[in-house]
Design a protein around this ligand. Sequence first.
Ligand SMILES: [Zn+2]
Length: 414
Amino acid sequence: VSGLLITNARAVTLAGPPGARRGRAGMNDLGVVPRADILVMGQRIVDVVPVGARSRSRTIPPGVRIIDAEGRVVMPGFVDPHTHALWAGDRLDEWDAKRAGTPYLDILKAGGGIMSTVRAVRAATDAQLAAGLASRLATMLASGTTTVEIKSGYGLSPEHELRMLRLIAAAAREGGQLWPTVIATALLGHALDPDDPTLVERTITDTLPRVTREFPRIAVDAFCEDGAWSLADCVRLFDAARRAGHPIRVHTDQFTTKGMTDWAVEHAAASVDHLEASSRETLARVAASSTVACLLPCTGFHTDGRYADGRAIIDGGGAVAIATNCNPGSSPCSSMPMAIALAVRKNGLSPAEAIVGATRNAAALLGLGDRGGLEPGARADLLILRHENERELAHEFGASPVDAVVLGGRVALG
Ligand SMILES: [Zn+2]
């Protein structure tokens, strides 16, 4: 078994009881050990102790590689809990139209937006799709993402949704060795196909049962919005998915409120994502629930300058995660440091809250209890930053803060 000792680290451990952190007190406790030794054996963290607290000659096995962090921050790798990173084509012409003043919902109605990426994905070969994804996963790793959730949703038809999920599963088999651990989500209710009026019905009666057979317990997601899936259709999909044992996630309250967020919270959804248009009352219900609020500030930055009120959710005692929402239309960004920088400026989070949202809470919402903190037994996915203070993560933006990435105990970068 190979070993690694990182010494003289400012360790941001996020140690504590399992599960998502909530509220102002819970989300501001980073469990910092100012000068720490972090010992890794194989794929796991053995312990994090103050420098000098152990006799090295007695307890460090021979052959362990030693890295001197020289006071730099060492923290858990980022967990990006919401992306659409498997796609083909580009939406550059659409971006030109948007900048010329065409509203997004009009572009959707004209068959652009998500449908243009659906057409590109259907036309691409498996090899083209896999190569694009591999390139994006390498970019994510370089900015510190060690676990990433990837949604289907650009296939729509049963055949193409299953094809997307199989391609994501293929990337997941390499994940944790070559690139971040990949977690798949079945985004079955993403768009309406103007050429297929039976799509909603087919999704519920055909696609979903096939997904259940091939990917049992995978999270099922939908986009509840004008021009996308209605509240009634989302509820039908989610009722069927819940009966089949799938956790539920939903894109909700991005532009308009449909009542989806309240329904999702009442039905113990794993997460409600977006929330830019949510009312105060709805945010209070999210805050009081077990559902994690997943904020996507890169989308507001790229599209329309609207951001979810993360401050209200945390002050109400809720659990917040943040994600890039990486996709070719509304959020061409795969950088979790950028999402952190924006969450602090635009969602009202403190730097510590944004770090918790990008690590422990993101892992919790994906159902991963073995990462998101530097604790004995945790998977050894960790970062050495350029910085000596973790608040720099939020303060600086636009360049990667990462000096080194350890992926499952192996130095993957740096
Ligand atoms: Zn999304």
